[in-house]
Write a protein that binds this ligand. Structure first.
Ligand SMILES: [Ca+2]
Length: 278
């Protein structure tokens, strides 16, 4: 799904579902040491990283990060490499220990945070988070963090896997230009106002936030540029292009209008079908 936000947001939702085939692309189970694992904070008090062993781990070894308990966002990260972009990546890992762990991912279009932290126990448990990789992404940062200051926390991590969804089936075809009326895709009918100056005689607006949903996206292999005709209010609006995949809102781009209460076009960076999730 694709959405557009202005502190109004508009949404572009994909009509078709992606195929369910997945392929494993990257793994780390710490059998050969720390790999590229690093503490999140690199200066002052930082998480102490070590390889530990236990018969119940995947293989014989796993990663242990002992948090100093001095500040937020303590923890450890690894970087998955040699990935293919333009598709959804799902990260799974086994975790154990004490404290609350927060799985967060970062790639070229920014951070994706797990909606919840997970309380650790003395039993291994699986955690998972899915993020859209944009077309140029080749790496994915995988972070195991403390969201709040936690004293006495120890994160044990093993068997990290990145699997990639198959890219959508697309054809090399020219599409559009298409013109869509915002009022046909509004999340709430109360956002629609009669406006003779607007395309179609109606516009969608809100004092704070509005969202357009269920908008179609073409199955073309070519990049697609989304333009949005807006009339700014305070001049402080931001419009966001987003999609819902893997159960999470995925950020694809943002645009800001020029000052002035007049109709104007804003343009988002071109997106691809695999990023939108057609
Ligand atoms: Ca292991």
């Amino acid at each position: 799904m694709l959405e557009l936000v202005r502190w109004i947001v508009a949404c572009f939702v994909v009509l078709a579902c992606a195929s369910s085939a997945w392929s494993q692309q990257w793994t780390e189970s710490f059998e050969n040491g720390l790999g590229n694992a690093k503490p999140y904070h690199r200066n002052d008090a930082r998480a102490e990283l070590e390889i530990a062993s236990d018969v119940r781990a995947d293989g014989k070894q796993f990663l242990r990060a002992t948090l100093p308990g001095k500040r937020k966002l303590e923890g450890v990260n690894v970087t998955a490499t040699a990935l293919s972009g333009g598709r959804l990546a799902t990260v799974t890992a086994k975790v154990r220990g004490t404290g609350q762990i927060w799985l967060c991912l970062i790639s070229a279009n920014g951070w994706l945070y797990s909606p919840h932290t997970v309380p650790l126990t003395d039993q291994w448990q699986a955690i998972e988070l899915s993020k859209v990789l944009i077309i140029r992404d080749k790496t994915l940062g995988i972070h195991f963090l403390s969201r709040d200051i936690q004293q006495g926390a120890t994160f044990e991590v093993d068997d990290i896997q990145v699997t990639l969804a198959d890219p959508p089936k697309v054809v090399d075809a020219q599409v559009g230009p298409w013109r869509l009326e915002a009022e046909d895709f509004t999340l709430r009918r109360s956002y629609v106002a009669q406006d003779e100056s607007a395309s179609g005689g109606r516009s969608v607006g809100s004092g704070q936030y509005c969202r357009l949903v269920q908008m179609p996206f073409p199955r073309t292999s070519r990049p697609v540029t989304v333009y949005l005709r807006v009339k700014a209010g305070s001049g402080d609006e931001e419009y966001r292009l987003i999609t819902t995949q893997g159960g999470n809102t995925q950020f694809l781009g943002s645009a800001r209008p020029k000052p002035g209460r007049h109709w104007q076009w804003v343009r988002f960076t071109a997106v691809h079908a695999g990023e939108v999730g057609v």
